[in-house]
Ligand binder design. Structure first.
Ligand SMILES: [Zn+2]
Length: 402
C-alpha cells in the first residue's frame, strides 16, 4: 500500500474521531486530553455569540441592544446597596481604605459570610450535615476533563461544578456533560475577575451572561454562584440575589490552583491540605456540621490531585455530596423538570452498588442536556465542517508527501 493511501486512511480515521465532536456523548468518549482541547464548532453558540460579551473579556456593560438584559438590570438598579466598587479587576486592593468594622461584609477582608444588610441570606460556607463534605470544583468546564468526569462516574460520585461563562461558550459539549453525569452546575462569572471591582452594571453582566450561556448550552438556569477568589460584598450579594443566585463560598482550601503559580505552594502543600482536612475530621471538627473545600477543575494537575485524594476523602467522611444535596435543594435550577436527590436519598443511593445506583440516577433525572441532544437542523452544518476537516487533513498529507 502506498504512503499516500495510508495517509488517506489516517485522515479518514481522524475525521471519524472528529465526527464524535458534535454531541455530548461523542465528546465525552475522547480520551486523549490534547484531542479534547482542539476547538470545535457548536452551531447554537456560534449563532449566538453576538448576544454575549466577548469571551474571556470582563463583562463591564450589558451588550448593546440587549433590551431583555437592560430591563432586568433596570428593575434592580435603583435598590442596589450604595457601596462603591473597590480595587482592580485583578484584585489589587492596595489603594482601598476600608473600615475595620467591615460594614459591607466583604469576604476578602475577613471572610465575612453574614451580610450586614437585612434581607440577604448568609453565604453557604459549610453544610449542615455532620461529617459531610460539600463536594465541588471551580473554573470548568475544562476541555480535558473527560478522565476526571469518567473517574467521578466510576465512583458514582456527583459534585457541584462552578462554571465560568466563557468556558461554557468555548466548551459547550463539556458543559452538557455535567448535566448528563448528574452533577450540579453553579455560576462562576463570565470572565473570572474580582467581582467587587465591577460597577453595578458590570457585576450584573458577569452573572447574567453566564446564566444565559449555561441556559443556551444545557437548558438549565442555575440558582447558585461562587465568587472568584471569594470576592463578594453586600452589593454583589444583592445583585446576585436579584438574579435568583445564592452565594456559595468555602471554609477549607486545598490551594490546588496555586500549585505552579504561587511561590511556596508545592505539590506537598496541596496534599498536606487534604490530609489536614481529614485529620480535622478525625479530631471531631465536623461532628456537628460538615464543610466545603475549595478545589478546582482548572487544569490537569488539579483534576488529577482530586482523583488521587478522593479515596481518602470517601473513606474518611460519612458523605461526599453535591452542595445542593447537602442543603436538600431538590430543584437546583429555575426549570422545575430537573430534580436532585435529597441528602438521605443520595446517601442511600451511594451505598448501593455503583452501577445500579448510577443507572437509577440517570433514569430518575429528566435532563435537558441528554446524550442524544442536539437538533437535526444542526447536522448539515456539522457534516460540512467535518468534510472540510477531512479535506484539510488530506491536503496536509499531500503537503507532507510533496
Ligand atoms: Zn475560580
Amino acid at each position: 500500500m502506498s504512503s499516500l493511501r495510508l495517509l488517506f486512511l489516517a485522515a479518514l480515521a481522524v475525521s471519524a474521531t472528529a465526527q464524535n465532536r458534535t454531541t455530548e456523548a461523542g465528546e465525552a468518549s475522547i480520551d486523549d486530553p490534547v484531542a479534547e482541547c482542539v476547538p470545535y464548532n457548536y452551531p447554537p453558540v456560534t449563532a449566538s455569540k453576538t448576544s454575549f460579551p466577548p469571551i474571556w473579556s470582563p463583562a463591564t456593560t450589558i451588550v448593546a441592544g440587549d433590551s431583555a438584559a437592560m430591563a432586568t438590570f433596570s428593575a434592580m438598579s435603583s435598590s442596589i446597596p450604595n457601596i462603591a466598587p473597590r480595587g482592580t479587576l485583578m484584585g489589587n486592593f492596595s489603594n482601598v481604605s476600608y473600615p475595620a468594622t467591615d460594614p459591607d461584609c466583604w469576604w476578602t477582608w475577613d471572610q465575612c459570610t453574614t451580610p450586614k444588610i437585612s434581607g440577604l441570606a448568609n453565604d453557604t460556607a459549610t453544610v449542615p450535615e455532620p461529617r459531610t463534605l460539600g463536594f465541588g470544583f471551580d473554573d470548568g468546564p475544562n476541555c480535558s476533563h473527560n478522565a476526571f468526569y469518567d473517574y467521578l462516574t466510576s465512583q458514582n460520585q456527583k459534585a457541584t461544578m462552578f462554571y465560568i461563562g466563557s468556558n461554557v461558550m468555548d466548551w459547550p459539549l463539556e458543559a452538557q456533560r455535567a448535566i448528563v453525569d448528574g452533577h450540579q452546575i453553579c455560576v462562576h462569572t463570565w470572565s473570572h475577575h474580582y467581582m467587587t471591582s465591577f460597577t453595578n452594571e458590570g457585576a450584573f453582566a458577569e452573572l447574567y451572561y453566564t446564566l444565559q450561556a449555561i441556559k443556551l448550552v444545557t437548558g438549565v438556569t442555575p440558582t447558585c454562584w461562587r465568587p472568584p477568589y471569594g470576592d463578594v460584598d453586600d452589593r454583589i450579594r444583592y445583585i446576585a440575589k436579584q438574579l435568583n443566585l445564592s452565594t456559595i463560598v468555602w471554609k477549607e482550601n486545598s490551594e490546588d490552583w496555586e500549585f505552579g503559580s504561587v511561590a511556596g505552594v508545592t505539590n506537598q502543600t496541596v496534599y498536606d491540605n487534604y490530609a489536614y482536612l481529614v485529620s480535622n475530621l478525625s479530631a471531631g471538627t465536623f461532628n456537628t456540621a460538615g464543610t466545603i473545600m475549595l478545589t478546582h477543575e482548572l487544569n490537569n494537575y488539579t483534576m488529577q490531585t482530586a482523583i488521587d485524594n478522593y479515596p481518602k476523602l470517601r473513606a474518611a467522611f460519612d458523605a461526599l455530596v453535591p452542595i445542593a444535596v447537602a442543603l436538600n435543594i431538590t430543584h437546583p435550577y429555575a426549570e422545575t423538570n430537573y430534580t436532585m436527590p435529597t441528602f438521605q436519598q443520595y446517601v442511600s443511593n451511594a451505598s448501593a452498588s455503583a452501577s445500579a445506583s448510577s443507572a437509577s440516577a440517570a433514569a430518575a433525572s429528566q435532563t435537558p442536556g441528554s446524550r442524544n441532544g442536539g437538533t437535526s437542523s444542526q447536522q448539515p452544518q456539522v457534516t460540512v465542517g467535518l468534510f472540510m476537516f477531512a479535506l484539510t487533513m488530506l491536503a496536509s498529507a499531500s503537503a507532507v508527501l510533496a
